[in-house]
Design a protein around this ligand. Structure first.
Ligand code: IMP
Ligand code: MG
Length: 178
């Protein structure tokens, strides 16, 4: 598509997910792994990462939305869909597409900790440079990217572009349109 410029190729993403999957496989061997994807953005990362995890893993999803403008997070998070099952005593690995301010993740971790999982870790494909408003411990990190709005591989701009097989920046004339 001409409206976008590739930042991270499909091949680079797959190599990184394979590496992360190997680390997860090592770390969770013999444990009770539950991967929790944060919808909608994480659906593609979750699917591709999970196929690099060689363990009897279970899956669940949460959907959240933050109030406020479309491209910025306010820190106030609304749970649109909660987990299907209890996580008490489970080894929970949250899977996120991107951590920007970190506020969404901060809220989710605080919420999930009250449910007493045996462990709670985070895996994020992307992290934006220098912007974290809150200290976060991300156990499995993919790529650190500059402070630019990106789309693809699950990430949207006004719900579009999630199906691009790579991470891309939007050409400025596109981003201005809405
Ligand atoms: P945070 O709370 O600021 O860390 O924002 C996290 C959420 O905002 C992500 O899960 C995305 O849904 C969205 N987001 C942040 N940066 C981008 C971006 O560059 N492109 C698309 N969505 C983004
Ligand atoms: Mg979004």
């Amino acid at each position: 598509m001409e409206v976008t410029k590739v930042m991270i190729s499909a091949e680079e993403i797959d190599a990184k997910l394979a590496e992360m999957g190997r680390a997860i496989t090592e770390d969770y061997r013999g444990e009770d792994l539950l991967m929790v994807g944060i919808l909608k953005g994480a659906f593609i990362v979750m699917a591709d990462l999970a196929r690099h995890v060689d363990l009897p893993v279970e899956f669940d999803f949460m959907a959240v939305s933050s109030y406020g403008a479309a491209t910025k997070t306010s820190g106030v998070v609304r749970i649109l869909k909660d987990l299907d099952h209890e996580i008490e005593g489970r080894d929970v690995l949250l899977v996120e597409d991107i951590v920007d301010s970190g506020l969404t993740l901060h809220y989710l971790l605080k919420n999930l900790r009250t449910r007493k999982p045996a462990s709670l870790e985070v895996c994020a494909l992307l992290q934006k440079e220098g912007l974290q408003k809150v200290e976060l411990d991300i156990r499995y990190e993919g790529f650190t990217i500059p402070e630019e709005f990106v789309v693809g591989y699950g990430l949207d701009f006004a719900e579009r572009y999630r199906n691009l097989p790579y991470i891309a920046t939007l050409k400025p004339e596109m981003a201005r349109e809405t």
